[in-house]
Ligand binder design. Sequence first.
Ligand code: F6R
Ligand code: ZN
Length: 195
Amino acid sequence: MLSVPDIVRRLDLASGTIEGCPTTERRLSDLRGVFADSDAYESALQQQDPLIYRVSTIQEGTGQGELHCGLGVLMPGRVGSEYFMTKGHLHSWRPAAEFYIGLKGRGIMLLETDVGNDSVWCNLLPESLVHVPGNTAHRTVNIGDEPLVYIGIYPSDAGHDYSTLTARNFRLVVVAGSHGPKVIRRTDFPAHRLP
Ligand code: F6R
Ligand code: ZN
């Protein structure tokens, strides 16, 4: 049966919630191992455990051809010189691609092949759309002063694999430089100094 209340959902872009949908919150304490600067991470966590991001999902549809969707709100802030970011993941069903649509704020997406041998970054901005191909790990980074709000749309059978990236992390790191955000290789991170 087609039913309009099930078809149309209200998005609350301020809180990052989709009406009537489950929401997951990630605090700083949920992101151990994500930031390259583990000393800065531990000392930030001793001060407080702020909300880093919230994702509200539509995931009722199952079966071939169905889609799922997540509305993400990633807070502004830094741990040491690194901007707040999501955990990042691969899709468990590796061929599953995803579209990200920027709604508010200024972000960067880190994309990396599933085997970790190639990495790129791109902007995630309002009125722009990022195609995350299949077999590609993805992470979102807020480089602005306001919450970064975006939507991701992906196949219902994509699934989320966090453990592969927990083990190896992304090769690229986004840091505040003296001339604004810059993307460096993780292997170069120890040489990086706060502006
Ligand atoms: C879904 C997707 C997004 C993320 C969201 C939070 O496939 O890519 O909705 O789930 O940006 O990031 P993670 O899931 O890495 O904590
Ligand atoms: Zn995804």
